[in-house]
Design a protein. Structure first.
Ligand code: GDP
Length: 301
């Protein structure tokens, strides 16, 4: 008798820069199709499909777990929490603790609390072990292990691939018997647009401070293929002219840097050349206006 096929949704959670995209590329092993298996009810984004003879793990992103202050950010947090609640497994990705940072920071602590509250099976992935001494890795595993909420703790280097096979090997045990959700590469513009928009928003988060990240929405307005090149027209919305100025930066430097980084991520995800046309618009106080949020592609869940 052949063993049953296992499949399910695996939520990836972690602070920006922790190596999530690198890990996804490792787990998936090739540029992926980004598709939506069912009508998109939330902005849950499929990052990649980890397809094996015995199992299929659909890797989904959970951006936006943070201390939300306004209606928009509360909505983002609800997306993340509903993704966590729906997942079969959560992978919390962290970097090794060190003498300089012996405890998880407040952002990690908040994410940890939410993962715990969601009650789904969770695996802790300690990434970037190639950069840390053995003692720090052990201390990190000890710290998180003592919390008692992880089914497993796996040290990996997404960059070199160390430990990734082990991580892959334990996925099927955490997924229920189920169908292959994705047969081949299918596309839905809606989820693809949302995904590419989020890549831009992540870069804004990474490069700006104070209120700007929390006042930023990104809408992909149009996409077209020109031969091998995919042209993506996206617009970043902020709430005030002053924010627009900061986002564009001196001589347009900030916007160029955001666009460059986002374009590179898009290319590596989609496996094709991208031309990214990035504009900035002002939409006063949109983050307090439910109708505006809907229009920008952030529906209520
Ligand atoms: P994300 O924001 O969480 O998606 O992070 P990225 O995957 O973009 O990675 C952020 C940075 O960390 C990039 O410069 C990666 O090359 C680097 N990085 C990711 N994983 C590792 C790792 O295991 N070891 C090292 N040394 N660098 C890594």
């Amino acid at each position: 008798m052949t063993p049953p096929f296992h499949s399910g949704f695996v939520c990836l959670v972690g602070r920006p820069n922790v190596g999530k995209s690198t890990l996804v590329n490792r787990l998936v092993g090739r540029p992926v199709s980004i598709t939506s298996p069912k009508p998109q009810t939330t902005r849950q984004r499929v990052l990649g499909v980890c397809d094996h003879p015995a199992f299929q793990a659909v890797l989904v992103d959970t951006p936006g777990i943070h201390q939300a202050r306004d209606a928009f950010n509360k909505r983002l947090v609800r997306y993340a929490l509903s993704a966590l609640a729906d997942a079969d497994l959560t992978l919390l990705i962290v970097e090794p603790l060190s003498a300089q940072r012996p405890e998880p920071g407040p952002e990690d602590a908040l994410v940890l609390e939410r993962v715990r509250a969601a009650g789904a099976a969770a695996v802790l992935v300690v990434n970037k072990i190639d950069l840390a001494p053995e003692a720090d890795i052990l201390a990190t595993l000890g710290h998180y292990g003592a919390l008692g909420c992880f089914a497993e703790l796996i040290p990996v280097s997404a960059l070199t691939g160390r430990g990734v096979e082990r991580l892959l090997g334990l996925l099927p045990a955490h997924l229920p018997p189920g169908p292959r959700y994705f047969e081949d590469q299918q596309w839905t513009d809606q989820s693809e647009g949302a995904l590419l928009g989020e890549l831009v928003r992540q870069e804004v988060f990474r490069r700006t401070e104070q209120e700007i990240p929390y006042s930023t929405a990104v809408r992909v307005e149009h996409m077209e293929d020109k031969g091998d090149l995919r042209v993506v027209h996206a617009r970043i919305f902020v709430e005030r002219e002053s924010q627009k100025g900061i986002l564009i930066g001196k001589k347009g430097r900030m916007l160029r840097a955001i666009g460059e980084a986002a374009r590179r991520k898009m290319e590596s995800l989609l496996g094709c050349k991208i031309f990214l046309d990035l504009q900035v618009g002002v939409l006063a106080d949109w983050s307090r206006d439910a109708r505006r949020m809907d229009q920008l592609g952030y529906p209520e869940v």
